[in-house]
Design a protein around this ligand. Structure first.
Ligand code: ATP
Ligand code: MG
Length: 408
């Protein structure tokens, strides 16, 4: 069907009082960046709503892209006609004709007179439009409750909007409108979902990935970059900080406390991520932890691991079951990449029985016994390379030269 316009409703953000203007501007900017691939389309804003004049662009294609924009609640493709009775009837009839309803399709008209000077009330309009439509399409069956086609007619001074479809958007908060967090991104199923969940809630997400060359292959790193690229599809671009973790990781293999290795590694990851967060202006860390999933995600482990940072650790998946996480991973397009077999740095040196109940004092004593641990963490930050990924490109960026030594 050929539509004139898309009507877009904001979700929850309409509730947010004084932030609303800022949020709407942020969404609009995101919408406009998506519309750059549909040059004829034009935006038009109105209190609490956004309209996109299609000017010949395909409604289905534009909607498919807009559906991914955070902060958009729903989208309706609309036919527009002048606010005159005969035109409204004619446009409504041709709308239904294009839908080609099958025998027995349930139907109702819901008219709304926004422009009070229009001569017929909303109630009258339901009949004035319904009768001729039913006459032309006898296969339709009137139903007031959840009809298959609800023909909505919104009569405004400058034109009448006719539509029936309501396409659900992803909702959430506009891109980057709720501050920045560093996502600890592994190659697994969970952390990309955690990243998406944070982004959907309006977080600007930068990724931190730890790799242990030569123990982990370039393929593993590539896989993580591919995952980040998928995430960038939801925001336009994503930064990934690649942290060489070999020295830190191997230092833990020499202390004779194999069952603590994962705990020690996780704490160091958090410390490095915290330093990067400070440098990048992020206020929280974001992880794919899910309660009880593995030894490092028992409450006791998370307690001891979490103490390595002063930043809040956001764990959007904490109470989710694995199958719920997998469902989201499939929906957002990360699952197939995540299940590729390349090894993660954490699967190296993994002891037979990692502790599920680490003792904080023991952990702290072990860390204090490693002579250069803090220096190694700082070195890892210095050697970190940053790349910026976009849905269609990989851009290599040199190691950040702007590191201010005073940060550490
Ligand atoms: P996933 O790897 O999909 O997140 P998982 O069940 O494999 O899930 P773990 O390996 O226990 O989880 O890791 C827990 C969390 O620690 C991850 O969700 C991720 O946030 C972080 N993490 C683990 N390994 C790395 C890594 N190599 N680089 C960055 N973050 C990591
Ligand atoms: Mg993992």
């Amino acid at each position: 069907m050929k539509y004139d316009m898309l009507m877009i409703r904001y979700g929850e953000l309409t509730l947010k009082g004084k932030n609303r203007g800022r949020f709407e501007r942020t969404v609009l900017k995101h919408v406009e960046s998506v519309l750059s691939s549909f040059p004829a389309a034009q935006t038009q804003t109105e209190y609490g709503r956004l309209y996109i004049m299609l000017n010949g662009e395909d409604a289905a294609k534009v909607s498919a892209e807009l559906k991914k924009i955070f902060g958009l609640h729903s989208i309706s493709p609309v036919l527009v006609c002048p606010s005159e009775l005969d035109q409204i009837i004619e446009t409504s009839t041709s709308f239904i004709r294009q839908l080609a309803p099958a025998e027995g399709t349930t139907f109702k008209v819901t008219a709304r007179r926004v422009w009070k000077r229009f001569p017929h009330s909303s109630h009258e309009m339901n009949h004035l439009v319904g009768a001729p439509v039913l006459q032309e399409f006898p296969q339709l069956k009137i139903s007031m409750k959840q009809p298959e086609i609800e023909l909505r007619i919104e009569i405004r001074e400058h034109g009448t909007y006719i539509y029936s479809e309501v396409i659900h958007g992803v909702g959430g908060f506009p891109r980057g409108s709720n501050g920045k967090a560093m996502l600890l991104l592994s190659g697994g199923i969970d952390s990309p979902v955690a990243g998406y969940s944070g982004m959907r809630r309006g977080l600007e997400v930068e990724c931190v990935h730890f790799f242990s060359y030569p123990f982990t292959s370039p393929k593993a790193k590539e896989k993580v970059l591919e995952l980040a690229k998928v995430l960038s599809g939801y925001t336009g671009s994503v930064k990934v900080h690649l942290v060489p973790f070999t020295d830190v990781q191997t230092s833990f293999t020499t202390v004779g406390q194999d069952n603590l290795i994962i705990t020690l590694m996780r704490r160091s990851m958090l410390r490095i991520a915290t330093k990067l967060a400070e440098r990048q202006g992020a206020l929280a860390l974001l992880t794919g932890d899910s309660l009880g999933q593995v030894a490092s995600q028992t409450l006791q482990s998370m307690n001891v691991i979490g103490r390595a940072t002063d930043l809040p650790i956001l764990r959007p998946l904490i109470t989710m079951d694995k199958n719920e996480i997998v469902d989201i991973a499939q929906k957002i397009g990360t699952y197939d990449l995540s299940i590729l077999p390349y090894e993660d740095c954490c699967t190296l040196f993994v002891p037979k029985s990692p502790t599920t109940n680490p003792n904080l004092h023991v952990v702290e004593r072990v860390e204090a016994s490693i002579p250069n641990l803090e220096a190694m963490l700082e070195e890892a930050v210095k050697q970190t390379e940053t790349v910026v990924l976009r849905p269609d490109s990989v851009i290599e960026v040199d190691r950040e030269e702007t590191i201010d030594e005073n940060w550490f």
